[in-house]
Design a protein around this ligand. Sequence first.
Ligand code: TMP
Length: 213
Amino acid sequence: MSGLFITFEGLDGSGKSTQLKRVAADLERRGVAHVVTREPGGTPFADLLRELFLRREAAQVDGVVELMLVFASRRQHLIEVIEPAVAAGAVVLCDRFTDSTYAYQGGGRGVPQGVIAEADRLATGCRAPDRTLFFELSPEEAQRRRREGAADRIDRESLAFYRRVHEAYGRRIAAEPERFRVIAATASIDDVARAVEAELSDLLRPLSQAAGA
Ligand code: TMP
């Protein structure tokens, strides 16, 4: 049986990574084979690209250069980790994927959608996740939360940048409503976790049953 590819998306500070870990812990308890990974990164080589991508020295990097870095990382990640795991029947929980590129390089940096779509065709064959959870948080609230944590190169971007990122996510969701599930990220961590469980239960329940949990 083929596995599942589930992605977690949202503004920096939306709490998606915390929720991803909770889903992973739940799958672990139920004995469901799963892989936790993230982008950019997810393989030794892609992690090197991630490090470059997030360094402050990369501040002057152009949007298309960013695009090429994230798709280089993504292709290697897909070939080396995601597709083999899905083919082996595992649930892949991935923190960010191509929607982030449309949001950050497209919305944030202004790279045209058509250019992103072409790069996506080349790098992934336009591979889409089976489901994408979007953790909805206003750009203002996300900025407030980011101020409380350690900031990387992108975290330091302006509120105007994050507003464009947020709008671009909105366009992705409107274009593919069947793939996305929008979760209000303002609720408590436990309430958000309950919403996540509800939005994944149709996909995950059969796998839990197959695992005997
Ligand atoms: P993270 O902090 O959620 O791990 O993500 C790292 C940063 O990389 C985050 O600010 C979003 C950014 N990013 C892009 O700009 N484009 C992409 O395609 C991806 C996957 C992430």
